[in-house]
Structure formats: structure tokens, C-alpha cells
Write a protein that binds this ligand. Sequence first.
Ligand SMILES: Nc1ncnc2c1ncn2[C@@H]1O[C@H](COP(=O)(O)OP(=O)(O)O)[C@@H](O)[C@H]1O
Ligand SMILES: [Mg+2]
Length: 561
Amino acid sequence: MSFSALSEKNFIGRKHEIETLYGVALDAGKGTASSVFLSGQRGVGKTELLKQVCRLIFLGQNGVMPFFYIMSPAIVSVQDFALDYSCLFISQWIAFHKKEHSLLNGTARTPESVRILAEKSGASWAVETIEDLLRIRASGNVLELFLYASKVPFRSHVKTGVPATVIIDEFQKIRDLAGFDAENNKNLWMLFEEATESGHVPHILTGVKAALEDMLYNKTAIGHSLDLISLHGLGQADSLSLIASLIDQCQISVEKDAIRSFAEKFDGNPAYIRNFVQAVRRSGMNLSFDDLWKAYFSAVSKGKFYTYWLSQLRMYMPQLDLRKASLKLLYQLGNRSSSDMSPNLGNESFPLAGALSISMKEFESVVNTFQTSGIMAANFSTFELMDDRVLNDVLKVLYNKEVLKKPLAMIEEELAKETYQGHKYQPVRTSEKPLFEVTIPISPKAELIAVNALEKIAGVHNIPADIIGQIQIAVIDLLSNITAQKKFEGINMHWKFEPLEDTFAIELKSASEDFMSRISEDASANDFIKRYLDEINMEEAGSGTKLILKKDLKKHLASKA
Ligand SMILES: Nc1ncnc2c1ncn2[C@@H]1O[C@H](COP(=O)(O)OP(=O)(O)O)[C@@H](O)[C@H]1O
Ligand SMILES: [Mg+2]
């Protein structure tokens, strides 16, 4: 509850939002308050903001009581909810009247313990309330129990004259309470709306954005009677002070400018920022841009950001057979602007479904799922990927890994290039030599994959187009005689590409000696290879033969000058 809130010093920004929400409580005193839907992406700070507001209402005035309730996963039925909600309200009411924080953290949550507390405090309306609840529960009328509980704050106002501001977090969970479905109507929770209508007892509802939007605007019309407050990320200055304060707390130091470029990735989302600083903390004391990059890449390729988004994607896309197509779709959305995406979903000729090799029906189901989960944002006739750069980077990693089968080192190079671009920082790679490894199974398309890999490496390392073009021609020519042969099909080729300052070195290995001897023979007889590359060598290593090809970049540049 409010007392696990961050201290004032550690809570950054949000002055305006606090004022607005505190204003709702003040209006409750006058009877003119409206209920609010606080909307915002996960991690943007809804819960924390409401905890702060709740503390302020508790400490800042005496006329209106705050009630803070988080729908807990432990509460699974309407019956449990009704009693838990009412009991917690009563114990917070007593805490407010006695101005005793300690009661807020108390365990008085069962009807028995709350009744004792209420009796001791002389709150006879509360004792009555508990008796009513127990009686209705015994009667077995689930709906009546739910309605009664939802109006306990209102009833308390009527009986005691004290208005209340009711804050409910994770409100979307109310939909899943067992007991509603028995009535064969999943949306019975919408009877809750009545409770939100009193100007003395405004409700502030929040939780998972996409689920709540669906509940409040699509499945019911409750949203239209609520004021909407959209919570966005912290502004740039606040983001930076949050980072600074977190870094300060773990006693490390970081180059200032370096932090700035990462702050942009997080778009002011405090959850991302906290997780990032936690990850960075393990990398040392005085951190450079490169250290931050390593921590970031690790987070989006295997750490917290990766795991979180992967679990979301899996949850929303349980059908294995549609996952690859979904990934392609999301990746493509992330790499386009919404203006050139205007799919006419009813139109068979919409090219994306075809490009993803799924049926129109499957395509629609993928799009729908991602829309209701909030991963895709729907406009009226277009849609786009949720505006989240961390998600975007996770998708890039996944796509490159699972669809393009690129090695992680190459994915890192590409992503690093984008991140470093536009900043005065350039990747410094003094100690580590760049090295790209890729395993390609022999198939008629194998040379295309190799050529594609070369293209990407050239992009990352700024290798001039004509140089990489010659290397590509040499590789195509070398492979094209061999990859079409049935007897080699499926054999793995292990390629290593090493773009050094003076040379571009390529190494090819395979477990098949047959293949290696054939390709070595071809290489030494091949005119293109001789013309375009400067060194062709076979090396006997412990693990078998290696083919080594090298292009001398200095010589090439000199001949052009
Ligand atoms: N304004 C803020 N200043 C500092 N930390 C914040 C702020 N807002 C949120 N946080 C922290 O960021 C994390 C995510 O916030 P939370 O309120 O749980 O997000 P949401 O409820 O929107 O998912 C929490 O650890 C919270 O303490
Ligand atoms: Mg929350």
C-alpha cells in the first residue's frame, strides 16, 4: 500500500499528474469528482504514481479518505474478492480516522479480524457491513454479493459522511473472477460501473492498458463516463535525473553523454531505466559508452528485456505454426513507418499475408491478437508496432536469429551501428578483433546466404561496395558448382569472416572431407577467385582441412589511388 511507495526524494517528476489526481480527491470533498481511467504502458509508473497520490491524500488533508486496492492474483473468485475488497476498505477507513499508518500495513483482511478492529474503533457501520456481507455470501447470491461489495465505499460515505477516493490497480483482473462465468456472462463485472458514479466517491482505475481499453471501450461503454488520463514516459530531464539518482545509489559512475543516448531508448519508462541500471551495475565502477552498450545488448538478446518480451510474445501467440509469420510481421512493422502500411484487411490482394505465407484468415487472427495485447497499435485503417524501442530491438534480435539465422555477434554489430549512429561515439574495438561466424547448410540457396552475410558485414564495417562485390563474386563462383550437387546437400559449411584493417580474411571449414577436398580443388582452379582474391590456401588443422581466402585491402586501395 502507499507506504511501500518510493520516498519523495527518489520519486522523480510527475508534479502535474500528482496535482490532477490529488485534485480528484479534493473534488470528492465537494461531491463534484469524476472517476478516472489512468492509462499507460507497463512500467511507465502508474502504480507508483497512485501510491504517491494515496500517501498525499492520507497525509495532506482530513476530509477525504484514500482507499488503495490492488487486484491480487491470489483472489480468484467473486466471493473472495467481495470480502477482501470490503475488509481492506474498512481497515483503511479505520487507519485514516486514527491517522495510523501502521494499520495500513496490518494484516486485518479477514472478516473476523476486521470486525474486531471495527468494534474496538466504535465503527458500527463497519460491523454492520461485515454482517451484511457474510449473510449475502451465505445466501449464495454471487451477483448481489459483488454489487454490495463494490458499493462499500459509497455506503461508508452515506453512513459516516466521509467521502473516499478509491484507487484500484490491476483492475483488468476483475474480469477473470470465477463466479461471473457461472451466470454465462463474462461482462457482469461491468455492474461495477454504478459504484463509480458518485461525485463523493470517485474511482481511479488502472492496470494493463490494452486489456482495460478493451474492457472499458469495446466490451462495455464504461470508459465513456470516465475521465481519461494518459500517463507517458518521464520527460528527458526527469529521465536523466532518474538515471543519475539510481546510479548514485549504487555508487558507480558513468560518462554523462553516454547515458543520454541510452536514455532515449527507454522513452522515459522508469521500469526500463531501473532494470537497465541494475544490469549496468554489474559491469564495473567507471562505465564507458561501450560498457553500457554491452549491458544493453545483453539485456535485449538474453537478459531481462529479452525474457520479458519473449514471454509476452509467446503468451499472445500460442500457436507455434504462426510464430514465425508473426515475428516477420512485427519485425516489418518495426521497420516501416505507419504511413506506408495501409492494409485493407478484407482485401485478398493485401500483399503482407502472401509474403508471410499464411492465409488471410490466419493473418487476421495474428493481427487481432497483437492488437488486443497492445503490441500492435491499431489506427482506423492502418496499424503500427507499439512505440517501444526496447521491444523493437528485441524483435530485431529475434528476427535475425530465428528467421535469418545470423550469429549473435553479427546481430550485435548491426544493432550497435544503429545505436552509435548520430552520437559522437563511435564503436571502439581496440582489444577485440571483429569476427563473424556463420554456419550455412548446403542447398541451392547457400551462396545467397553467404553473399547476404558479406553484404551485412560490409555495411557494418564500411567496406567499399566494389571490394565486397569482388569478394561476393568469388564466393558465388566457388559455391555455385558445388551447392547444386545432391550429394553435398545438407552438409554444414562453417564460415568465418574477419574484416581487418588491411585484409579481409575468410575461412571455410566443414566436417565432410569429401566436400573440403572438392572445394579446395575448385578454389585453386577458379579464375574469378584468382583474379579477385590475393591468397588461397589450404591448411591442415587438427579438425580437418580449412580453406583460407584473403583479400588485401591496402593493395586494392593503392591501385585505385
Ligand atoms: N516517477 C518515478 N520516479 C522514480 N521511479 C519510478 C517513477 N515511476 C515509477 N518508478 C519505478 O519504476 C518501476 C515501474 O513503475 P510501476 O509504477 O510499477 O509501473 P506500472 O504500474 O505503470 O507498470 C517501479 O520500480 C517504480 O518504483
Ligand atoms: Mg502497475
